[in-house]
Design a binder for this molecule. Structure first.
Ligand code: AMP
Length: 283
């Protein structure tokens, strides 16, 4: 694996790689969720590039940019074992040598949920991902469904700005008790870790009720809230996969996503599950 830390070295480094090239952008502190993206990219592409960059643009002023887990040595070892050809791991000063003046600004897709709770977050994500795509120039880029709203934003960015890359979405990797793997799970105390799967349980409750034909979203969310405790709800909602506007009612035969965010102690968890509502009952 070739490690590149300078933008100027990327052009030569990527020129020697066979195509198609798959790309997996990450913030490091790699876990089995990241590995699944890389394994899929390796299976579908001739070579795989990974980036490890904790992007300050996507963190709010009261968020965990400074304390975000960093484990570069372990990450390198894992990436070597997964047959990654190129690791791009720039410093913040290398990625942003001057104060940015031009950003990618998602609008409708960033209005609710994560976008509402974390102002500027998706602008930071979209801007860094476009810059990384320009630098790496892959044929395919792999993202996790774990961050479903982010995936929707990035799909839309690629579409709206005609970015020449194919976006590939990968299923969320979970612990046996349902908790979605996340770099931030290392923050959890033993008691918080025991409570954390309740977010997934609450989302599963929403899925079961909607798939059983319940159409009143507020009644469904009320039931799910009972499952969430002792986690503190940030939001629970049902949305369309390409719109991310909370719905008050659901149509028959619709493909939707139940999304949620909740706190345990100071740690904020997010998760989502896909929902398929039943066809309209014959009368
Ligand atoms: P991050 O390092 O958290 O920015 O994540 C990098 C990529 O890995 C993103 O596309 C995430 O959606 C994806 N990812 C993170 N956690 C998981 C997971 N548990 N399962 C699948 N993909 C994940």
């Amino acid at each position: 694996m070739r490690l590149v830390t300078r933008m100027g070295e990327l052009h030569a480094a990527r020129a020697s790689l066979p195509r198609p090239l798959g790309f997996v952008p990450t913030m490091g502190a790699l876990h089995a969720g990241h590995s699944a993206l890389i394994v899929r990219a390796r299976a579908e592409c001739e070579a795989v590039a990974v980036s490890v960059f904790v992007n300050p643009l996507q963190f709010g002023p009261n968020e965990d940019f400074q304390s975000y887990p960093r484990s570069m040595d372990d990450d390198c070892e894992l990436l070597e074992s997964l047959d990654v050809a190129l690791l791009f791991a720039p410093s913040v000063a290398e990625m942003y040598p001057q104060k940015l003046d031009v950003f990618v600004e998602p609008t409708m897709l960033a209005r609710y949920l994560e976008g509402e709770r974390r102002p500027g977050h998706f602008r930071g994500v979209a801007t860094v991902v476009l810059k990384l795509l320009n630098l790496i120039a892959p044929q395919r880029a792999y993202f996790g469904e774990k961050d479903a709203q982010q995936l929707a934003v990035l799909r839309r960015m690629v579409d709206d700005l005609a970015v020449p890359v194919e976006v590939v979405a990968c299923e969320t990797v979970r612990e046996p008790d349902g908790l979605a793997l996340s770099s931030r799970n290392v923050y959890l105390s033993a008691a918080e870790r025991r409570a954390a799967p309740n977010l997934h349980r609450a989302l599963e409750k929403i899925r079961e009720m909607l798939e059983a034909g319940e159409g009143d979203v507020s009644a469904v969310l009320e039931s799910a809230r009972a499952t969430l405790a002792p986690l503190r709800e940030d939001y629970l909602a049902v949305v369309e996969a390409d719109e991310f506007r909370p719905l008050a009612s659901v149509a028959p035969a619709a493909t939707l996503v139940a999304v949620g965010a909740a706190f345990t102690g100071k740690t904020r968890l997010i998760d989502n599950v896909r929902v398929q509502t039943p066809p309209r009952a014959e009368t």
